[in-house]
Design a binder for this molecule. Structure first.
Ligand code: ADP
Ligand code: G6P
Length: 489
């Protein structure tokens, strides 16, 4: 087996994540087309090239019939992907329910959905049962494809039960688990009815990773306070067995963005956008349409800025690109109509016959158009209420070598720890502060912009997805060797 650059792969890596890097769309009884999936997890893992990777996950679609399953399995195999087939009921209870209505908001400090609190509490047990069942289904597929020596890397809050299922199959399997969201304070985690079972299951892994040191610390505190285990500088110890816990900040494949910017098609897009927004400063938001991204707060802050800075009204435009996500979860449906309502109101208030202040698109942009958009942007606005890392901020920086635009970044995004010195940090809940940050960014001198950009650019181009994965996997290999030596002593 060889990599694209001709060198041999270092190791076989089984990446297990709820979502495959491609989502399947059915075109006929036995024909499928595949589209790239959105989200930070997919973006980062696509940047990993050193390993012979097999990706195991859900293709985002219900395939009840055998013909369809066979055809999809074959189509995915060409992309080195292996599907886990989940039926509608499991998806409803496990993915829409336990993962996205309970764990996701809780891990982002948003609590349970307000209007739904009691209903959620009642359906909790059945959703947790479906969660465990789904995790077991992932484990069955992993076990079927596992070969001795493989590294198994489990990802995210959907699969917290998976490390235990895998070790039950084979205690010698090298298992790592990485969380792409924040891990909240132990006081938040302890409100979860299944708090202990989830922690114990994660601890079955050999190595547990988080984006930041704070998230790792919260996890260790949850294990010591809720489970009564011992926290050590290396991790968590349970009856002599150590689970390593550490921070591994994720990155992007920055070369992919740099190279894309040189393509003639991307240069054409850049020229079109420059022509379209001539004479106006471009502000940009790119997010999944998720409540954690603080999109309503961002738009309200922009309104406040327009209110207080009349001279800027026809000289600036906000482009908000928001790809719909998890559309079967009621909370997300409410968010879509809320955002549309606010955008409509502000455009009615400040728009003219020829121009509107906010262009809001509910859709995904293809990679080349996204790169062009990042490149022409003067100010990027990332106002997440909480965010594990936020790779959009990294992508923006990677595309700004020429323009040296300003990044306004939420202090509640993991990226604030790495890009904080170059960005303007804001509390997204304080719209007056965000409005002032917009004014500061638009009026910033070129010298100041250059200095801030340089700081962030160096970080983004040196702390890449590739480096992140290599560090995690070599740490996992070392951890297993050390554990073997300890048991032999
Ligand atoms: P999350 O993982 O919560 O979605 P990140 O900012 O870490 O947040 O990652 C989002 C990824 O999805 C980025 O790679 C970004 O380019 C991509 N993405 C988000 N919104 C869009 C969109 N509207 N069009 C295209 N890609 C998008
Ligand atoms: C975040 C999560 C990922 C998830 C992505 C997209 O990045 O950490 O695990 O894949 O959002 O969400 P979706 O529900 O569409 O997979």
């Amino acid at each position: 087996c060889e990599r694209q650059d001709g060198k041999p792969f270092r190791q076989r890596l089984l990446v297990v994540a709820n979502r495959l890097p491609v989502s399947a769309i059915r075109r006929g009884e036995d024909s499928w087309s595949l589209e790239i999936s959105a989200g930070g997890l997919v973006t980062a893992l696509l940047g990993v090239k050193e390993f012979e990777t097999r990706w195991i996950g859900w293709a985002g679609v219900n395939v009840p019939d055998e013909i369809g399953q066979k055809a999809l399995t074959k189509a995915l195999a060409e992309k080195r992907c292996i599907p886990v087939f989940l039926d509608e009921e499991i998806v409803h209870q496990y993915y829409n329910g336990y993962c996205n209505n309970i764990l996701w908001p809780l891990f982002h400090y948003l609590g349970l959905p307000q209007e739904d609190r009691l209903a959620t509490t009642r359906s909790f047990q059945s959703q947790f049962a479906a969660y465990k069942k789904a995790n077991q289904m992932f484990a069955d597929v992993v076990n079927k494809h596992y070969e001795e020596g493989d590294v198994v890397w489990c990802h995210d809050y959907h699969l917290m039960f998976l490390p235990k299922c895998l070790k039950d199959y084979n205690s010698k399997m090298k298992v790592g688990w990485f969380l792409h969201t924040p891990f909240p304070s132990s006081e938040i985690h302890r409100t979860l009815p299944s708090r202990s079972e989830l922690l114990h299951s994660v601890l079955a892994a050999d190595l547990v990773g988080f984006h930041t040191y704070d998230y790792a610390r919260h996890f260790v505190s949850a294990c010591t306070r809720i489970l009564g285990l011992e926290g050590t500088p290396e991790g968590v110890e349970d009856q002599g067995r150590l689970t390593r816990v550490a921070a591994f900040p994720i990155g992007i494949d920055s070369d992919r963005f740099r190279c894309a910017l040189e393509l003639p098609q991307v240069q054409d897009h850049i020229r079109e956008l420059q022509e379209r927004f001539k004479g106006r400063k471009v502000m940009l938001g790119v997010d999944r349409l998720d409540m954690i991204k603080g999109i309503p707060q961002k738009i309200l802050a922009f309104e406040k800025f327009l209110e207080e800075n009349a001279c800027w009204r026809d000289k600036v435009v906000l482009l908000q690109i928001a790809v719909p996500t998890r559309t079967d979860v009621p909370e997300y449906q409410k968010l879509t109509s809320q955002v549309h309502e606010i955008v409509g109101r502000i455009n009615g208030r400040f728009g003219t016959l020829t121009a509107v202040p906010i262009h809001h698109l509910d859709r995904s942009l293809d990679f080349q158009k996204l790169c062009a958009l990042y490149a022409v942007t003067d100010v990027a606005l990332v106002t997440s209420l909480r965010d594990g890392m936020n790779l959009v901020s990294y992508e923006f920086v990677a595309c700004q070598e020429k323009k040296k635009g300003v990044l306004i970044l939420s202090e509640f995004a993991g990226a604030a720890q790495s890009l904080g010195a170059g960005a303007i940090l804001v509390n997204p809940w304080n719209i007056t502060e965000v409005a002032a940050a917009i004014a500061q960014a638009l009026n910033m001198s070129s010298g100041e912009r250059e200095k801030r950009h340089k700081h962030n650019y160096v970080h983004v181009t040196t702390h890449t997805a590739q480096e992140w994965a290599e560090t995690f996997v070599s740490e996992l290999n070392d951890t297993v060797v050390e554990a073997q030596l300890r048991t032999r002593q």
